[in-house]
Design a protein around this ligand. Structure first.
Ligand code: SF4
Length: 454
């Protein structure tokens, strides 16, 4: 998963500092690297680095650059290694001018396109799937850059929410299936695009509207125009995991409040699998809002039974198992004064690898909880995601490896229960046929079930 942010100032006001701030608000979407790009003197330029935004980018440097259009990216690797070479935005200065691109999502046919282009002499600089878009453009160098970009977008499959800089234009594009969010905002003559609305709030912009699935919005000094990628999907695939876990609760995606959806998930959980308990606790932070919904529905007190060290990143998005395990140990602390002698129901957003769940159950018992019931505000994650969340194989997924009884034992809980897929769809409340649930159901987009290039 990644986050993208772009800004174009009609009156020439510098926007790089806005990009920097926007990336701060999107930090939860990627912590491995961060970068921003602008075009100066006909050349695409970038500042990129590894780690969090404030480590990767110098604020002092950013505020002194007078760019009127810029894009930024925070990265969590789902395709390609976690190295500076793969940090985005990616830039090229090709025959038709400079291009910078930032991408959220995973392409499902990038391997095939890469082999096709390499056979024709292309040399890839990174292992990121995003680079195929630039090469597809360069391959069409007889076309004007916007036409070459449109042609590239027609050929790629899978998830892409993009912000792109072409010479004197800012472009935002969302794949025809609408996997990843992308929203447009505006403030004082500056047009913004962001992965989530929370970053528009950060720069004081008002949300204008979501970029529609299959839409390409082009912003220049005099106009904002909308184009269409000529691919007709059979149905929508907005990622339901954005509502369950990934997006910030203060964001609104395609008109649906993430906070409301998450609270509804908790309410459904309380109805679907109630359990007698003295208190309700949420796994911080992504289980907290669902826990509030559960507590409300179950009429059981919500308590801060687990305290999170806020200076440690989200464990799920760290790149290796070893780092993830260490992350859980330093991140969460149970509160004995709340837990001692109590039966507790703990709400988590999901169980992916199971590392956090078993650790937290152990921690709660050691802090004096008499019983620990685990309730999960999503269906069992049994299938890998090919669209930008790091669950690459079923072997790593706890719910694919174990049945419910085995998993209950594995995580050490007194009981374990999930909501159903129907609950999930109802709680989010998106129109029918709009949401992707492939990691729960195995129902992938068209021919992606084998996870191979199209
Ligand atoms: S497979 Fe799961 S995580 Fe991936 S896009 Fe679909 S719902 Fe989201």
């Amino acid at each position: 998963m990644c986050g993208v942010f772009g800004a174009f100032s009609r009156d020439g006001r510098p926007v790089l500092e806005d990009i920097y701030l926007g990336l701060f608000a999107l930090q939860h979407r990627g912590q491995e690297s961060a970068g921003l790009s602008w075009i100066e003197g006909g050349v695409a330029r970038s500042i990129k680095g590894m780690g969090l935004v404030h480590n990767a980018i110098s604020q002092g440097m950013v505020s002194s650059i007078p760019a009127r259009a810029a894009i930024g990216h925070v990265r969590y690797s789902t395709c390609g290694d976690s190295i500076l070479q793969n940090a985005q935005p990616l830039t090229i200065n090709y025959a038709k001018g400079p291009v910078a691109i930032a991408h959220n999502g995973n392409l499902t046919n990038s391997g095939g396109i890469m082999r096709y282009l390499e056979d024709r002499g292309a040399i890839f600089q990174s292992t990121s799937d995003t680079e195929v878009i630039l090469h597809l453009m360069a391959h069409q160098s007889h076309k004007m850059p916007l036409d070459a970009l449109m042609d590239a977008l027609r050929r790629i499959r899978g998830a892409f929410s993009l912000v792109v800089l072409l010479e004197d234009r800012l472009i935002a594009a969302r794949d025809p299936w609408g996997f990843r969010p992308l929203i447009m905002g505006e403030r004082d003559g500056v047009v913004y695009f962001s992965s989530e609305s929370c970053a528009l709030d950060m720069v004081g912009a008002r949300p204008v509207r979501d970029v529609e699935p299959g839409e390409v919005i082009v912003v220049d000094r005099s106009s904002v125009s909308s184009l269409r990628i000529p691919v007709k999907p059979r149905r929508g695939f907005l990622c339901s995991f954005e509502f369950v876990y990934f997006a910030r609760p203060d964001s609104v995606i395609d008109g649906i409040s993430v906070y409301d959806a998450r609270k509804n998930l908790g309410r459904r959980l309380a109805k679907r699998c109630p359990v007698k308990a003295d208190l309700v606790a949420g796994m911080p932070d992504s289980g907290t809002v669902a826990a509030l919904g559960y507590a409300e529905e179950a009429r059981c007190p919500f308590e801060m039974a687990i305290v999170r060290n806020r200076y440690v990143g989200r464990t799920f998005i760290q790149p290796t198992q070893r780092v993830r395990e260490a992350g859980v140990k330093v991140k969460l602390n149970p509160n004995p004064s709340v837990l001692s002698g109590k039966e507790v129901v703990v709400i988590d957003d999901s169980i992916v690898r199971g590392t956090t769940a078993s650790r937290v159950v152990n921690l709660m018992r050691s802090a004096g909880a008499s019983k620990v019931h685990l309730r999960i505000a999503s269906p069992p994650v049994r299938f890998p995601c090919y669209y930008g969340i790091d669950t690459p194989s079923s072997e790593e997924l706890a719910a694919a490896r174990f049945d419910l009884d085995q998993l209950t034992e594995e995580v050490g809980a007194d009981s374990l229960a999930y909501i159903t897929q129907e609950d999930l769809l109802n709680a989010i409340g998106a129109p029918e046929g709009r949401l992707c649930t492939a990691c729960f159901s195995g129902e992938y987009m068209e021919d992606d079930a084998n996870g191979i290039d199209l």
